[in-house]
Design a protein around this ligand. Structure first.
Ligand SMILES: [Cu+2]
Length: 147
């Protein structure tokens, strides 16, 4: 028993060293700077939370989860941002409109999750909403507050 426990501990040491090394790298040398993590949940028909606080010049990874039974999207029509990226969204025939005209846009089918990466570059309050017909009018909107 003692021998096998010791063997397992020995086996775990290289992994622990690797984790510790990657954590220290992440703290000191990441060229993109710190990244804020934020999350928003889409429901039928609301965003939770309704207000998201961000900082100008600080990159954010906004995790977006659709817990509704309908397709929803997270959209900001006009907002100064750089370094945009997105993962997990639906596209093409499933979600056919002019997504490229929006500053930020991610559509998700029911029960799907994705993320938007971006850096806000100007303080202010920016409305976000769901562009599916009738959803914004039903209350599916919120505010990005950038300071
Ligand atoms: Cu919606």
């Amino acid at each position: 028993m003692i021998t096998s426990a010791y063997a397992r501990l020995r086996a775990a040491i290289p992994l622990l060293v690797t984790v510790a090394a990657s954590m220290s790298l992440g703290c000191s040398g990441a060229p993109a700077g710190p990244e804020r993590a934020a999350n928003v949940t889409m429901r039928d028909l609301a965003f939770d939370p309704g207000t998201i606080e961000l900082h100008s010049g600080e990159r954010v990874r906004l995790g977006i989860r659709n817990e509704g039974a309908l397709t929803h999207d997270f959209t900001v029509e006009a907002m100064p941002v750089t370094a945009k990226s997105s993962t997990g969204g639906v596209s093409g025939a499933e979600h056919d409109h002019q997504a490229s005209t929006f500053a930020l846009h991610l559509a998700l089918a029911a029960r799907k999750a994705g993320a938007l990466g971006f850096t806000p570059t100007k303080a202010g309050e920016y409305a976000f909403w769901c562009t599916v017909a009738g959803h914004r009018e039903a209350g599916m909107s919120g505010t990005l507050r950038v300071d």
